[in-house]
Design a protein around this ligand. Structure first.
Ligand code: HQG
Length: 183
């Protein structure tokens, strides 16, 4: 597989496993898992043939580890980023004291009014990886970095989850816990 094929496969998997399983006609279970045999058969039928080895390669080389197999390799899911309603069945855990969220400057006024909201996704995505979140922010416009007082949020009873690929997830971040990083 060349780089372009890997990227386009990864993008299509993101679409199917996070947002729109009907794009392939596959059904996800309540925890977001798709059957690997069924996925490969449907990809083949759709004229996007992929071998099991190629799928494993796309999963293992994905720079953000967006997808994961279950223990016996028979099922696959996106580790986070869903807009469809599924239960990742993650256990709440204590977050680091500080987390980050990259956004676009044009959203700041609204964010400091309403807090961070998940929009079309199931959670707000937070991270320790400043560089990566600023890259994501650039998708939306001129980047800005927000610092989240996760410790205070956690102490106030907000729940945090850490996805398998180490994205921190929470339902929303009220504005009082946000500071703009002006470094
Ligand atoms: C913004 C990448 C106005 C929010 C990353 C963001 C992530 C508000 C945008 C994943 C707002 C939503 C997700 C408010 C939040 N008013 N705008 N009150 N609250 N926003 O794409 O976090 O590469 O749904 O700041 O690693 O940018 O796709 O979320 O700019 O985990 O695998 O609304 O994307 O992963 O945008 O990115 P998104 P995101 P992947």
């Amino acid at each position: 597989m060349n780089e372009a094929q890997i990227v386009s496969t990864s993008k299509f998997l993101s679409l199917v496993l996070r947002h729109d399983p009907t794009a392939l006609g596959i059904t996800l279970d309540s925890n977001g898992w798709a059957d690997v045999d069924e996925l490969l058969a449907l990809l083949n039928a759709k004229g996007k043939p992929l071998t099991r080895e190629q799928l494993a390669y796309v999963v293992s080389t994905n720079p953000k580890k967006r997808f994961a197999f279950n223990d016996d390799g028979t099922r696959i899911r996106a580790s986070q980023g869903h807009s469809i309603e599924i239960d990742l069945a993650l256990t709440p855990i204590t977050p680091p004291d500080i987390l980050y969220h990259g956004t676009a400057t044009r959203f700041l006024e609204s964010i400091f009014e309403k807090g961070l909201i998940p929009g079309s996704r199931q959670h707000v995505h937070l991270t320790l990886d400043v560089e990566m979140t600023l890259e994501v922010a650039k998708r939306h416009g001129k980047p800005a970095l927000l610092i989240i007082d996760a410790k205070a949020m956690s102490q106030a009873g907000h729940l945090f989850y850490c996805s398998e690929n180490h994205v921190w997830l929470t339902e929303n971040v009220p504005a009082e816990y946000l500071t703009l990083d002006d470094r």
